[in-house]
Design a binder for this molecule. Structure first.
Ligand code: F6P
Length: 346
């Protein structure tokens, strides 16, 4: 279970005995709008706490290859409005090898890093734990805190991941536009959204655009009942056009569209939203959540906490042990899925 946040002091000028001296910050895995706001919060909070911040470029690749630079508050001016990540990001196959982790550990030692904030997904957090293990074997200590960043909202221990809200809004804007043209031609629009192996984004977006069908990889579906029958009912109810949302993890989006055309004679069009979903200026929700999480991460380290993940529970920013958090698995929120089903049936 997540724990309430540590009792931080209210006075930001108080220097903490256990505060780190040199904190590294990196973004890893797929970028997500709001990551910049989290970086900014880490840098600004650290500055107030007299902690040196070292930016690490390109995720763990930056640690392996020594691509580091000192960051001050001015380096993060204006980035809160920007999508992407100013630190760049990568999925690092090299860091999945023992040799790669050892090289990253050497870099931590060389630069005197005693804390690391990792903004990314489950895989990035597991990588951070392996790094601390290797450093421990070398006799060094690195306090790690993870901040969940992913448009997929697929990290089990947190209700919310940075970037989800922006991506959902990007999808909604695009699909609203599609609805105009689909309505004019009385067509059926089959839209694939991201989400990796999960359907959190698909279900959320599907509800928001009033989709007739929502398909998520976590839920097996009967094509006749859940796709064809829903589309037939929508037609009988007088809907001029329909939206079918397919999570990328379901796959076969083109085949689904072709089968709808074949079985119902509907004119279908496929739209794969793709990487557009990952870009754009973050929404207010992502900016604020990322800012709160970034500040919380540094305050945890100042309080002497290590190996924690910053998470949200019912809107509150709290934290959980990193090993416990990454071992959890996430299923679709039943109430969300129920709403999606109920509304698409009517
Ligand atoms: O995890 C974020 C995400 O956008 C997933 O939704 C998608 O499956 C994947 O990353 C795409 O990865 P890449 O940008 O490496 O193609």
């Amino acid at each position: 279970m997540a724990q309430e946040s540590s009792k931080f002091t209210d006075n930001p000028n108080v220097e903490h005995r256990r505060a780190p001296r040199r904190l590294g910050v990196l973004t890893s895995g797929g970028d997500a709008p709001g990551m910049n706001a989290a970086i900014r919060a880490v840098v600004r909070t650290s500055y107030l706490r007299n902690i040196d911040v070292i930016g690490i470029r390109r995720g763990y690749n930056g640690l392996i290859h020594g691509d580091l630079f000192k960051m001050g508050p001015n380096d993060v001016n204006g980035i809160i409005t920007k999508g992407g990540t100013m630190l760049y990001t990568a999925r690092s196959p090299e860091f999945q090898t023992r040799q790669g982790i050892e090289r990253a550990a050497d870099t931590c030692n060389f630069h005197g890093l005693d804390a690391l904030v990792v903004i990314g997904g489950d895989g990035s957090f597991r990588g951070a734990m392996e790094l601390t293990d290797v450093l421990a074997e070398m006799g060094s200590t690195l306090s790690v805190v993870g901040i969940p960043g992913s448009i997929d909202n697929d990290i089990a221990c947190t209700n919310y991941t940075i970037g989800f809200d922006s991506a959902a809004n990007t999808c909604i804007q695009a699909i609203d536009k599609l609805q105009d043209t689909m309505q004019s031609h009385e067509r059926c629009s089959v839209v694939e959204v991201m989400g990796h192996k999960t359907g959190h984004l698909a279900v959320y977006v599907g509800i928001a655009v009033g989709a007739t069908v929502i398909l998520a990889p976590e839920k097996e579906f009967d094509f006749e009942q859940q796709v064809l029958e829903n589309l037939r009912s929508a037609k009988i109810l007088g809907r001029e056009h329909s939206i079918v949302i397919v999570a990328e993890g379901v796959g076969k989006t083109q085949e689904i569209a072709e089968r709808i055309h074949k079985e119902l004679g509907m004119d279908t069009r496929v739209t794969i939203l793709g990487h557009v979903q990952r870009g754009g200026s973050p929404t207010a929700r992502d900016r604020v959540m990322a800012s709160r999480m970034g500040e919380h991460a540094v305050e945890l380290l100042c309080a002497g906490r290590k190996n924690r993940l910053v998470v949200t529970q019912d809107g509150a920013v709290v934290d959980i042990d990193i090993a416990e958090g990454t071992a959890m698995t996430k299923s679709l929120q039943p109430e969300m899925y129920r709403t999606a089903r109920v509304l698409s049936l009517s």
